[in-house]
Ligand binder design. Sequence first.
Ligand code: AMP
Ligand code: MG
Length: 476
Amino acid sequence: MKLNELTLTNPYLTLPPKCYDRVSPAPLDAPYLIHANKEVAKVLEIDEEELQTDTFVKWLNTEYIHPHSEPFAMCYAGHQFGYFVPRLGDGRAVNIGTIGKYHLQLKGAGKTKYSRGGDGRAVLRSSIREYLISEAMQALRIPTTLCLGLIGSEHRVRREQSEKGAIICRVSSSWVRFGTFEYYAHKGMFKELQALADYVIDESFAHINGKHDRYTLLFNEVMVITARLMAQWMSAGFNHGVMNTDNMSIAGLSIDYGPFAFLDDFSHHHSCNHSDEEGRYAFENQPSIAKWNLKSLMMALSPLAPLEKTEPLLALYDRVYMRYFHYYMCKKLGLEGTIEGDPELIDDMLDMLEQLHVDYTLFLRTLSHYEGNRDALLKTGLYHEPMQIWLDRYDARIAALPTARRKSQMLSANPKYVLKNYMLQEAIDAAEQGDFSVVNDLFSIAQNPFEEHPEFERWAQATPQAFKNQRLSCSS
Ligand code: AMP
Ligand code: MG
């Protein structure tokens, strides 16, 4: 379909007026297209040719407002680093309409009622990071919001220094956050709280619609999908970095990418967020922080779902998380099902990788080719003995499994490429000089991370020493 033929709806605007605020977006100066996502366009039924038109750039830059679009910003609250902030909201994201079940949002399109002194803008470097990581997560089969397109501009944006402004068009089946519920609960706005819960059930959990005690069921659903998401992040070696409740998706998606990282050398306590001095959002804390966040959600839902019913559900979280974690890790190790001793084999592998400073992604990909010769594996670590001992146990575990089948399962569970921060920085450095070829290259490996891509072999190696496990600022 052509852009002007699309049917856009605005279902969020059926909620009570205090749930959002209408916005007049503010275009960037001299915008240009950096990248458009053909796969996402296909899902939205947008013709591929439309992505190269001037109208597409104007649409992302809010110069062209689709006739069905009623731009608005969503209101929410949130616990940031453990402290409650009663009002946050979309301070720089403007919702421009819904196509099918996907809601489109322009991040960096100017100020809203919720900007709180911010400029409503997004800089090029953080926009490139979010654009590429969304695609990478999707291809790794980790639930995530998506991006349709990325535009750059000559618009100057002031951060620590002057930078170029950009806009990404984000696409998601839900933009509701744990913090959205917290806003209405804190204010005692129970009519809005209930309307939001009903909206979310319709939007993301239609199978519980009309069921008895549906708000308790809603909490149970969110508990389970959040546990699963954490298990996926932990098994992929992904550190989000800013797990505030306003960055927690009610639909169990990875959302609001900032100073995130894929681990370089495996490290339990790595924390990618430079501003997070206490390591609240460090890699190993993610599952328990998600539980802390679920507890905030549970409290916010308590006028609708009584605590006598939701507390026992929250108490199940650790077991649900562990079950999913072992499920994903056993897939990565090529073990068919989890049997006694597997959890210890997994835990001891992680400790061994940390002790030997081994690149997490490289190790698992190399293990996916393993048939008994240990040379390539041993080369990934600082020294050999602990890995030899662990491999003896692994050999015993896989002895009865058919090798060819194990290898092919592992090669589809262990990516050859993840987007590490040093790679993203290469794309950003080139893009800031007007060269988008590295963005294009990273997009293509992000889309097919399990394939070989011989031309990009260097990105499949351990991260160069100077760039290992670095920490990034919150504005990343
Ligand atoms: P984030 O850290 O990007 O998840 O943002 C936390 C809150 O600050 C959200 O309410 C954002 O909308 C808001 N925010 C972040 N950056 C800006 C900005 N440059 N202008 C306005 N609001 C912002
Ligand atoms: Mg956020």
